[in-house]
Design a binder for this molecule. Structure first.
Ligand code: MRU
Length: 335
């Protein structure tokens, strides 16, 4: 499976694992829909199954979706399936995360050994997230209270995380920190997944309702770190719905707001965030909670999965190349 650092409590005690990996000619992944109640591993044998796994969010989070795309291409390659056809199926799953398209395009030009290429791709993302953790740790001081939105942890990135990597490194280096975990309606990635990762690591944290973030940003939060699904070259970025309002409130209250993302999340073809396609998901995700409909039968719902935050709200970008200012992005990412 390669290097892994995410600590998971299993029936046999603590083990280190990744969220998705290649094993014996198939792909295995943690079923993120079932956490925190159950830790179950799914086996994915074809690129069509992989596409389903991405669409239904068994595997989610931009870099993990990228790895899923790369592994999906490897599954198609070993079955002798036309790679351009397979790439179309995989790309048609979720439109917003740049990593998916970046990873699949990498596989299309990877030559004639796609299993090793996909494994290398996953390893390189893990290493980038490790470096993001080191770079972001420099922003976290002992005693700080950090707010994060959605899940940009090891589950979302194969291992380490983007937004959660600096928090992991800070905690492991002995800094005392506290994490405000936005619950992240409608799918609760914060309450279910980020809180699960924090609990596994014994990192002090509390889940807060999404609409409590302003209350805490005004009085207690020292630093905000979020992940990203796609960053335009001017620094505008898409992330989980609700990120934009946290960024505005952070600026209003003088709280530094950082975006953590590997270079694979930056889209060199986009000058600004205006061109980012926002995935619209089923109204049922908003209307039905734990199997129970919470709104009148007559009510519809709107469910954009992401929003775009303008660069003017961002204090810096934590990447594998270090912490970058907005005006450094174009130069650094061209390297
Ligand atoms: O819809 P999701 O759960 O895939 O959305 C995930 C996010 O918005 C994450 O913050 C983003 O992918 C960054 S993951 C390091």
């Amino acid at each position: 499976m390669g290097l892994s650092s995410m600590r998971v409590r299993t029936q046999n005690g603590l083990s280190d694992m990744r969220s998705i990996w290649w094993e014996d000619a198939i792909v295995k992944a943690i079923d993120q829909r079932l956490l925190p109640e159950r830790l179950e591993i799914v086996a994915i044998k074809t690129h069509e199954e992989m596409a389903e796994t991405i669409s239904d969010m068994t595997v989610r989070g931009a870099p993990s979706i990228g790895a899923a795309g790369a592994y999906g291409m490897a599954l198609a390659w070993q079955s002798g399936i036309d790679l351009v056809d397979a790439s179309r199926v995989l790309k048609a799953t979720r439109p917003t995360a740049h990593d998916l398209f970046h990873a699949i395009d990498r596989m299309l030009s990877a030559g004639d050994e796609l299993v090793e290429a996909a494994k290398d791709y996953a390893d390189s993302i893990v290493e980038k997230c490790r470096l993001i953790g080191e770079a972001g740790n420099s922003l976290i001081e002992d005693g700080m209270k950090v707010l994060t939105h959605c899940n940009a942890g090891a589950l979302a990135t194969i291992d380490f995380g983007t937004a959660l990597a600096p928090i992991r490194v800070a905690h492991r280096s002995g800094k005392k920190i506290f994490v405000f975990v936005d619950e992240t309606r409608p799918r609760f990635q914060g309450a279910k997944l980020t809180a699960w990762e924090m609990a596994n690591e014994d990192i002090d944290h509390a889940v807060i309702a999404d609409n409590a973030a302003g209350y805490y940003l005004r009085r207690e939060v020292d630093l905000v770190i979020v992940g990203a699904d796609r960053v335009a070259m001017n620094g505008d970025f898409a992330n989980k719905i609700g990120t934009y309002e946290k960024a505005v409130l952070a600026k209003e209250n003088g709280v530094p707001f950082y975006v953590a993302a590997p270079v694979s999340t930056f889209d060199p073809t986009l000058r600004s965030g205006d061109g980012i396609v926002i995935e619209q998901r089923s109204p049922d995700e908003v209307l039905i909670v734990n199997g129970v409909r919470i709104a009148p039968a007559e009510s519809d719902a709107l469910n954009p999965a992401f929003d775009v935050t303008p660069a003017k709200y961002v204090s810096g970008y934590i990447t594998e190349k270090g912490v970058l200012a907005t005006d450094e992005l174009a130069k650094m990412l061209a390297v």
